[in-house]
Structure formats: structure tokens, C-alpha cells
Design a protein around this ligand. Structure first.
Ligand SMILES: NC(=O)c1ccc[n+]([C@@H]2O[C@H](COP(=O)([O-])OP(=O)(O)OC[C@H]3O[C@@H](n4cnc5c(N)ncnc54)[C@H](OP(=O)(O)O)[C@@H]3O)[C@@H](O)[C@H]2O)c1
Length: 284
């Protein structure tokens, strides 16, 4: 009899505790609007990430970073449309102080992040970088600048922003998504060329994979993925679109909607992986 009473007592005590814990969890989840940070948001895919994130959810907040907010007219137009849900901050991936300052601002005004997307990248820069068609065209300054922007930049952004990524938002886990490119795959390299761009994306892949292992060991783990957007009609691909079949040249809208669908499904089982726009994993 005493045993039966004891067995009955436990659930009677446990249920109210579980309900109150459940309520607290629900209230927390409901009260914290998700904050996403899109780095490299002045144009191209970054700008489209900002637009779609703002459009698809009326609660979430977006921090958009770019080198020069004063000149970022498209972001200013979005800010007019979503004055309470968008903040634009300056951040140049080649200047670590600006990354640190942006992280301070986010921490001060927005608290935890649930998503960080690193999009800034270069393939060509007028008078500075031209994608190499042969080894004889390789130039040290162009190679180093490409590595600085495409590989070191996103890694430094991860360094300063990852402490702000926390669970408790609407996602299964907080996510870092870095825009890479299929040409960064060593296993997939059958054409050669574009030495600096390819190698910088390979470096980004290794940096992200390595950082993903560390961030998975945190008490509050973060999932890190690499994404290939397809060949997308942006300033970056404009000079090289001639040989791309029409059906293989994506719009920004299409590519970003596919990438967001992947990001929305990311869990810890996916961390450290490299996905194409269609969800297929890409060989290293
Ligand atoms: N488009 C494609 O077909 C394609 C294919 C594969 C991979 N990707 C990758 O996708 C990402 C986005 O490409 P996209 O096509 O959107 O390129 P995009 O239209 O040329 O935009 C590049 C973005 O990077 C920013 N950026 C450049 N240098 C920067 C710096 N030092 N600090 C901060 N931001 C900087 C630019 O800002 P400013 O306006 O200040 O210059 C711009 O917002 C890149 O990483 C690219 O490698 C693109």
C-alpha cells in the first residue's frame, strides 16, 4: 500500500513541475524573436537573404552588414520598408576592428543570434583581381586579397560572432552558413583555372569544417554548413555567364529560397558539411 501511494505521489508531484517547465520553455520560445545576421548584404545574394528573411516572417529581426552602409541604397530601401526589423551595420571583412565593433553592437542591442550567413566574396575586382586562366597569370597580391576576403574574412566573422549564437530561438540549433562555391571542391576539380578563387573557397571549406568541430563541442552547440548557391545572376558572375546554359543560370530569388530551405532543416547531424543549392552534399 505504501508502495502504491509512493508510486502515485511521484506523478502527481511531477506533472505540475513538468507543465510549469513546459510553459516556461514555450514562453521563452515565443518571447524571443529570432535574430539573423547577414554579412555582405549590400547586393547580390546577401541582399536577397535579407529581403527574404524579412518578408517571410513578420516577427524576426535582421542585422545586415556591409562595407559602406551610406552607399548601400538597396538596404536603405529595405530599411524604409521594415524600419523596426532591420538594422544595417558597417563591417569590412578585411578589417577585424569593424567585425569586433559589429559584434559589440549586436550583443548590446539584439542579444543572441540564431543565424549567421557569411556571403561576402570576390571573384574579380576591377584593376586588382582577374580570375586566372593559366598559371602564368597568377599574381601574389590578387591571390592574397582573394584569400583575405573569401577565407580569412568569414573565419574572423565566425570568431567574433559565434559567442553570440545561442539556442532558444525558433531553429533546432543556431546555424552558421558560409557561402562557398562548388569550384572550391578538390575532388570535383576537372577544369582547372581560377586559381585564387578556387583555392580561397577550399580554404574557407577547411576553416569552416575545423571551426564546426570546435563549435559542436560547446555546451550550447552551433551547426556550421557550407553552401554552393549554383551559378547565380549577380555582379560576381556577370562577366562569366556567356557559357552558362540559360536553365543553369539561377535568379537570386530562386537560389536564396533554396539555400534558406536547407538552412531551415539544418541540425547538428549536418554540421561541417558542404551542400549545393539542391541539398546534395558536395565532395571535398
Ligand atoms: N553568383 C554566383 O554565381 C556564385 C556562385 C558560387 C558562389 N558564390 C558565392 O556567393 C557569395 C555571394 O556572391 P554574390 O554573387 O552575391 O556576389 P556579389 O553580387 O558580387 O556581392 C558580393 C558582396 O560581397 C561584398 N564584399 C566584397 N568585399 C567585401 C569586404 N571586404 N567586406 C565586406 N563585404 C565585402 C560586396 O560588398 P560591396 O557592395 O561593398 O562591394 C557585396 O555585397 C560569394 O561568397 C560568392 O563567392 C556566388
Amino acid at each position: 500500500m505504501a508502495g502504491v501511494l509512493a508510486r502515485r505521489k511521484r506523478p502527481l508531484l511531477a506533472i505540475p513541475l513538468q507543465i510549469s517547465r513546459f510553459r516556461a520553455l514555450c514562453e521563452n520560445a515565443g518571447s524571443r524573436a529570432g535574430v539573423s545576421l547577414i554579412q555582405g548584404a549590400s547586393r547580390g545574394l546577401g541582399l536577397e537573404f535579407v529581403r527574404q528573411l524579412l518578408e517571410r516572417n513578420s516577427k524576426d529581426f535582421v542585422v545586415a552588414t556591409c562595407r559602406n552602409p551610406v552607399k548601400a541604397e538597396n538596404l536603405a530601401a529595405l530599411k524604409e520598408q521594415y524600419p523596426d526589423r532591420l538594422q544595417v551595420l558597417g563591417l569590412d571583412v578585411t578589417d577585424e576592428d569593424t567585425i569586433k565593433e559589429a559584434a559589440n553592437q549586436v550583443s548590446k542591442f539584439h542579444g543572441p543570434l540564431e543565424l549567421l550567413v557569411n556571403t561576402a566574396g570576390i571573384l574579380h575586382v576591377e584593376n586588382l583581381v582577374t580570375p586566372e586562366t593559366s598559371l602564368s597569370k597568377l599574381e601574389k597580391d590578387a591571390l592574397l586579397l582573394t584569400f583575405q576576403i573569401n577565407a580569412a574574412g568569414p573565419a574572423l566573422v565566425m570568431k567574433h560572432m559565434s559567442p553570440l549564437l545561442k539556442s532558444g530561438g525558433s531553429r533546432e540549433v543556431p546555424v552558421i552558413a558560409n557561402l562557398s562555391a562548388r569550384v572550391g571542391s578538390i575532388g570535383d576539380n576537372k577544369l582547372g583555372g581560377w586559381l585564387s578563387y578556387r583555392a580561397s573557397k577550399t580554404a574557407l571549406n577547411q576553416l569552416t569544417k575545423t571551426i564546426s568541430i570546435e563549435l559542436a563541442r560547446r555546451r550550447d552547440p552551433v551547426a556550421c554548413v557550407l553552401l554552393h548557391p549554383g551559378t547565380v545572376d549577380t555582379d560576381l558572375s556577370k562577366p562569366y555567364q556567356r557559357n552558362v546554359a540559360k536553365e543553369k543560370l539561377f535568379t537570386k530569388e530562386f537560389s536564396v529560397s533554396k539555400l534558406l530551405a536547407i538552412i531551415d532543416r539544418v541540425g547538428m547531424k549536418d554540421t561541417g558539411k558542404f551542400f549545393a543549392w539542391d541539398g546534395q552534399e558536395i565532395a571535398w
